[in-house]
Design a protein around this ligand. Structure first.
Ligand code: AMP
Length: 450
């Protein structure tokens, strides 16, 4: 969830030339044998792009600004040069890594430990939510590397007797855009004031926002810029967005987006058959040409739905993951994850319905208060922070009344369909059932085919 600030022009660091195409070994990058072995033991056969770009310049002693995301191998890109420098001049309280979240802090520490186990590196994680006393004791042992979230580290710098970072040789600011978006600016400033100016600094960020540029100017000296695309880079022409909304307004936001992007073909993913059916009814009640595709429909009905969609008689196809599998879904302009996928890999399948064969496409993922963790997993998998889809909240709120009425009708229709099914053991003609609202359903059963 990165802020979409623009890139400014001042104090542009020198750009590293693009790396050569052929895979290179860690040894080629200048990594010392013992650390090459550690990479090998972790199964890191060849360095990733960011490692190819950043490691040689970092080993030359330059400051680095790395535009790379989680999943790109960026932790190795800063950990290996730090460990190598530590081998050359062993020292306690040698490096500090600042990162925005506890989870990232532990992941980074695991990588330092894994890469540095054979050289006996000691790390400590200093994050909130953990008792400060045990952290003070850990700091008193003077680890080689501290991995910290800024708030708790400042707490220790101010309150833990005997602890200071006056001998620090390396500072890493990981996910700097997120650190700054989380309002850790003051803490970062405080930290910068109490560490030596004469140090090496690596700044990693997924996006180059104005705040990051400001930090770069304040904290880095003549840095080399290393920018890479991430490992799961989805096709370039796919614009992926999320919207973060309260779950009770999901329907209104859906209607808003369908209106905003009118004229496109949509595929909307729902998590259950029932919600697929309900949402299709709701949209029909609001005048959209929507058609459902789910597992409670026979294969023939599903194909029927699909054919209508393919023939462009319907512009919105609502589906569950299961129902859409194994079917030849045509290209769509916009994929909407109305219900977030519970398996993050399904996300890749879903958004793959658009931006095919060089065409462009959009995907919008609805994230409610209950979905944050799942969404973070998706971002981790694709190695990308998604931008928020721009919306006018007031306009969405103006829709709520009409949507509430359509919801009420949809619930009624769903109930009627259920009753009809039970009483006639009817295998449900979905299109027909949708027409119940119009009170003309009685005479429309003739179309049903096997
Ligand atoms: P990061 O972007 O640093 O969070 O790393 C993402 C994942 O990639 C981690 O699980 C690393 O262990 C792994 N990784 C980092 N470098 C390499 C590499 N050169 N080859 C294979 N996997 C790697």
């Amino acid at each position: 969830m990165a802020a979409g600030e623009e890139e400014g022009s001042a104090a542009e660091p020198e750009q590293e030339p693009a790396a050569e195409e052929q895979p290179r070994s860690f040894k080629d990058l200048g990594v010392t044998d013992v650390l090459c072995e550690a990479c090998d033991q972790l199964g890191w056969k060849v360095p990733t792009k960011i490692q190819i770009e950043a490691i040689p310049v970092a080993l030359q002693g330059r400051d680095v600004i790395g535009l790379a995301e989680t999943g790109s191998g960026k932790t190795g890109a800063f950990a290996l040069p730090i460990l190598q420098a530590l081998l050359e001049t062993p020292q306690r309280l040698f490096a500090l890594v600042l990162t925005p979240t506890r989870e990232l802090a532990f992941q980074i520490s695991e990588q330092f430990e894994a890469l540095g186990s054979s050289i006996g590196v000691q790390t400590t994680v200093i994050v909130g939510g953990i008792d400060t006393m045990s952290q003070s004791l850990a700091l008193a042992k003077k680890p080689h590397v501290i991995i910290a979230t800024p708030g708790r580290l400042v707490d220790h710098l101010e309150n833990t007797k005997g602890f200071n970072l006056r001998a620090l040789k390396f500072l890493v600011m990981d996910e700097a855009d997120r650190i700054l978006n989380m309002d850790f600016e003051t803490e970062v400033d405080k930290i910068l004031k109490v560490i030596p100016r004469d140090r090496k600094t690596f700044l990693f960020s997924a996006t180059m926002t104005k705040k990051v540029q400001k930090l770069q100017r304040a904290a880095l000296k003549n840095p080399v810029k290393c920018a890479v695309s991430s490992k799961y880079q989805t096709v370039e022409k796919l614009q992926q967005y999320y919207i973060f909304i309260p779950s009770k307004f999901k329907d209104s936001y859906l209607v808003y987006i369908l209106n905003e992007l009118a004229g496109n073909s949509f595929m909307i993913f729902c998590s259950t058959c029932n919600n697929t059916q309900r949402t299709a009814l709701l949209l029909r009640n609001l005048g959209f040409t929507a058609i459902p595709l789910h597992g409670q429909m026979s294969q023939n009905k599903r194909l029927g739905s699909l054919n209508k969609f393919k023939a462009k008689a319907r512009s919105i196809l609502l589906a569950t993951d299961v129902a859409s599998r194994g079917l030849d879904i045509p290209h769509v302009d916009v994929v909407i994850n109305f219900d977030i996928p519970t398996h993050s890999k399904d996300y890749i399948h879903r958004v793959g319905r658009t931006a095919r064969a060089g065409r462009s496409g959009k995907s919008i993922t609805f994230v409610t208060q209950y979905d944050v963790e799942l969404f973070q997993r998706i971002e981790h998998l694709i190695g990308k922070k998604l931008p928020a889809f721009p919306m006018q909240e007031e306009e969405v709120m103006m829709l709520t009344e009409r949507v509430a009425e359509a919801q009420r009708l949809a619930r009624m229709e769903l109930r009627e369909q259920g009753e009809k099914k039970r009483s006639r053991n009817d295998d449900d003609d979905t299109e027909e059932a949708i027409g119940v609202r119009n009170k003309v359903a009685g005479g429309k059963k003739k179309k049903r085919k096997a």
